[in-house]
Structures are given as structure tokens and as C-alpha cells.
Design a protein around this ligand. Structure first.
Ligand SMILES: [Fe+2]
Length: 356
């Protein structure tokens, strides 16, 4: 189902506000490693220059009551390409407004961070990569990336929840050959989906009946060479009150394995309900979407990624993860101040025992 942005939880900047934001963030130099100094600068600029209504709207996200919010009419850079792999985003546009603004939004809501193998910089560039067309990641394009909460398995890390509390997606460059036809980012509020299920299914989703595997990018890079570290524990996919659940699930292949026919049925029914209540949004330049990862699932339709005259894919979305607690990342190697590498996480004695 596709719904007009005006029908959703949205904040639209006036042209005057847009210009004030542009001026405020134009002169801040982007630090890809997210140093404390950089985060302080953008956070200060946000509180000084964002309209008070926008600050309130962002602060409201801390309650986690809102499934997702859309922000419209943001200033954009002049873009003339798209970065592949770890290319420098600054080589493809005339400034760093998009990075500064998405980090500023994240800095008011919570604490921005990045995982080194998801994106080496604090702002991740999601550009469809020709070689990764069939990947179940943000840079794939030829396969549907089915509904999931981000880094679901990481909610159970022994150092604390290291899944993001939310993610911000910001449009940098649109695909002129796909205007109005996608790809859509699909969002689904699990609270609405659960209203479609019967009590028995919900009870099973709360039970320890599911293996939740690491996302593909994490496999083989987490706890040294162990690639299936989550398979040894059965988990629930729902925790907490049913009107504000913490959902840890990913419906794309080889991610969550229900154990037993009842769990299998509840899982399938939940998947169908999630799809049924979902809505689609184009992440276009000038539009930023904040997704509450606690109970809102996201997915991305497959699409035909087209290229510019230099062979660069047009579509370019930037992403920032936010967390409530950087302390939970304490055992990972840190590049700069906010880019974490879990591959150098040292397993505890307990984990070593479990891995045997
Ligand atoms: Fe995702």
C-alpha cells in the first residue's frame, strides 16, 4: 500500500526554515569517523538553528511511541555522481550538507554510530552496487530485502543491546528512470500487525521458539571466525508489553528459524500481517525518514537500478544508526569515536564455553 507523505507523521520545513538550516550546516566540516568534536558541533548547530517545532518532533522520538516520522523540504547538496564501496562521498557532490543534517537529526534523537563492516563512516552510503545486486543488504537491488528489524540478533548481545534503537534514511540522489515507481522503502508497524493475530500466535511469538541468526554482513566477523553464533540460543521474537513490543525478527532468507509447527505457523502469520499493514515511501532527495527500530520493520523492494553517463548508479540514500547507549559497544575496536568494529570483540569465558 502506498500512502501520501501528508497522511503520515510528517514535519515539513518552510522554505525559510530550509534556508536557515542550509546556512547553519554549510560551514561544518564533515568528519566521517564521527569524532566527539564533530558530533558536538552538529548537535549544537541543531539546537541553535532548527525550528523549535522540529526539535520537539525529534525529542518526541525518545518516547518510542512513534513508528516512524518523515521530514520534508530539507536542503540538499548539488550531486554529480554516487560513491561505490567506500569511495569518499565528498567526491560526488559539492558539500556535506546531507551528512551534517542526517547526523544532526540523529544527534537530537539519540547517539549516532556506525558498524565498520556496514559502512566505514558514521554516515553509510547506500548505493546499489552492480556486483552486489543479489545481496540481502542495503546495496543489493535485484532481490526484495524482506521485512526486518535492523540487527535483530544483536539485541541479545551479552554486553547489552547493540541493535540500533532507530535508523535515519535520507535521500541524496534520485533515479530519473524510476521516478514515481520506486524503489519504495516499506515500513510496517508491528503493533498494528499484532492486532491481526490471535492470542495463541502472539503467545508463541513471546516464547523462546526461534533461532535468530546474525545478519549476513556480521557472519564470520563477529566473535572471531564463528559464523553462526546465535544458533545455539532459542529466543522470542517479541519482548515487553504488546502495545510497545521490542521486536527482533528478520523475514529474509536464512535469518530466523522457528522451531516446531506452532512456531512456524505463528511466524508465517506474523509475516503476512506485517506485509498487510505496511506502507511504501520513496526516499527522495530532500526527504529524511526516521524509523523506530524497536517495533517498526523495514524492507526494500527489488528494483532496476539505472546508471548515469559515467556508469554510476543514480540512487543514493544515506543511513545513520542511532543507539541509546554507546556503552554497550565498549568491547569493540573503535575507529574515531563512533565507528565500531565487532570483529575484534573478545569472547568472554562464557561464550568460549558455549562455542565449544
Ligand atoms: Fe535494514
Amino acid at each position: 500500500m502506498s500512502v501520501a507523505a501528508s497522511e503520515l507523521d510528517a514535519y515539513v520545513l518552510t522554505d525559510e526554515e530550509k534556508e536557515a538550516v542550509r546556512k547553519a550546516f554549510l560551514g561544518i566540516e564533515y568528519d566521517p569517523k564521527g569524532s566527539l568534536d564533530y558530533i558536538s558541533k552538529v548537535r549544537t548547530a541543531a539546537y541553535k538553528n532548527f525550528p523549535s517545532g522540529l526539535i520537539s518532533h525529534l525529542e518526541l522520538q525518545k518516547h518510542s511511541d512513534v513508528s516512524f516520522s518523515i521530514f520534508e523540504n530539507l536542503p540538499v547538496d548539488n550531486v554529480f555522481g554516487s560513491p561505490l564501496n567506500d569511495a569518499n562521498s565528498q567526491d560526488y557532490k559539492d558539500g556535506c550538507l546531507s551528512e551534517n543534517i542526517v547526523v544532526a537529526f540523529g544527534s537530537v534523537i539519540a547517539e549516532p554510530y556506525s558498524i565498520y563492516f556496514e559502512g566505514k563512516n558514521i554516515v553509510n552510503n547506500l548505493v546499489p552496487h552492480p556486483v552486489a545486486r543479489n545481496d540481502f543488504t542495503g546495496i543489493g537491488s535485484a532481490v526484495d530485502l524482506d521485512f526486518h528489524t535492523e540487527n535483530a540478533a544483536q539485541a541479545y548481545d551479552e554486553c547489552g543491546d547493540i541493535s540500533p534503537v532507530g535508523l535515519l534514511l535520507s535521500g541524496v540522489r534520485g533515479d530519473p528512470n524510476n521516478v514515481g515507481v520506486g524503489p519504495k522503502t516499506l515500513l510496517s508497524d508491528a503493533r498494528k500487525a499484532l492486532k491481526l493475530l490471535d492470542d495463541k500466535d502472539i503467545e508463541i511469538l513471546y516464547s523462546k521458539s526461534f533461532f535468530i541468526k546474525d545478519p549476513y554482513r556480521w557472519r564470520g566477523k563477529y566473535f572471531g571466525d564463528r559464523s553462526d553464533n546465535k544458533d545455539v540460543f532459542l529466543r522470542p521474537v517479541l519482548k515487553g508489553p504488546v502495545d510497545h513490543p521490542h521486536v527482533t525478527v528478520a523475514f529474509y532468507p536464512d535469518m530466523v528459524q522457528p522451531v516446531g509447527p506452532e512456531a512456524d505457523l505463528a511466524y508465517t502469520n506474523f509475516h503476512e500481517a506485517i506485509k498487510h499493514v505496511s506502507i511504501g515511501i520513496d526516499i527522495e532527495p530532500g526527504r529524511l525518514v526516521y524509523v523506530n527500530n524497536r517495533f517498526t520493520l523495514h524492507s526494500r523492494e527489488k528494483f532496476n537500478a539505472t546508471q548515469d553517463e559515467n556508469g554510476r548508479p543514480y540512487r543514493w540514500v544515506q543511513r545513520v544508526f542511532v543507539t541509546n547507549n554507546l556503552w554497550n559497544f565498549r568491547s569493540f575496536t573503535r575507529y574515531g569515536d563512533r565507528v565500531y568494529d565487532p570483529s575484534t570483540h573478545s569472547p568472554s569465558a562464557y561464550q568460549v564455553e558455549v562455542m565449544r
